[in-house]
Design a protein around this ligand. Structure first.
Ligand SMILES: N[C@@H](CCC(=O)N[C@@H](CS)C(=O)NCC(=O)O)C(=O)O
Length: 235
């Protein structure tokens, strides 16, 4: 049985990390059995980030590398097997947008907003023993702020980042339209990514500065609810 190493659940999300939710969604969409293993310290992961999987003796890190590995294995359904080159190109572009742009907006909204950070700090670190609980959150936040500055998004104002996140979500909403899945009638690996990132925006138990605008994009919440009912009904 595949073991999925992930950050622990966050409220109703199976993990605090959209990349971990993405892999979990993939495993469910493809019908592959797995055992989740919660980790708090990504420094112990093979590439210093979560998720990774263990399949017998084989260890694979990085959500996309994991999905590539599973798509080529004979386990479960290879979700992308019927996609044509144009669909594959579109899926790659949307995945890159969510992972390389929307993701950093999400991180900024969780870690770098004065009105949100106390809630995030409490959720992420309250189980830590004193004195670590007093020290680690501040050190971690400083590191994340440095990373956001280095990546570039941290140089923009809160309002600019809100607008960037909304532009992504509106594009995703238009692309999804009223289709059951992003690329038509059946789930593909893009739905695993979409579910991971959309639920991380829509359902994280933190104040959201773009809540009202997101709520207007009704097909996104309906899409997540549909996938829940079909694939996450057992919790
Ligand atoms: N490209 C990686 C990104 C994974 C990633 O960024 N994971 C974050 C959590 S969302 C992480 O482990 N961060 C810990 C750190 O950077 O120290 C993937 O697709 O799995």
């Amino acid at each position: 049985m595949i073991k999925l190493y992930r950050f622990p659940p966050l409220g109703s999300l199976p993990s605090a990390s959209p990349f971990c939710v993405k892999v979990e969604a993939y495993l469910r969409l493809a019908g592959i059995e797995y055992e989740p293993r919660d980790m708090h310290d990504p420094r112990k992961a093979p590439k210093g980030k979560l998720p990774f999987i263990r399949d017998g003796e084989t260890v694979i890190a990085d959500s996309s590398a994991i999905i590539d590995y599973l798509e080529k294995s004979d386990r479960g359904d290879a979700l992308d097997k019927d996609l044509n080159p144009a669909e594959r190109a579109t899926a790659l572009a949307y995945r890159r947008m969510m992972e390389e742009h929307t993701y950093f907006c999400i991180v900024h909204m969780r870690w770098a907003r004065d009105e949100v950070w106390p809630e995030v700090k409490d959720r992420y670190f309250s189980a830590m023993p004193v004195p670590l609980r007093w020290i680690v959150p501040g050190v971690a936040q400083k590191q994340v702020r440095r990373d956001l500055h280095g990546q570039g998004i941290g140089r923009h104002s809160d309002a600019e980042i809100n607008a960037m996140a909304l532009a992504d979500l509106r594009a995703i909403s238009v692309f999804l339209g009223d289709k059951p899945f992003f690329l038509g009638e059946s789930p593909t690996t893009l739905d695993a990514t979409g579910y991971g990132f959309l639920t991380s925006v829509l359902r994280a138990p933190f104040k959201s500065p773009i809540r009202a605008e997101i709520d207007e994009l009704k097909n996104l919440a309906a899409y997540c609810a549909r996938l829940d009912a079909q694939y996450f009904a057992d919790g």
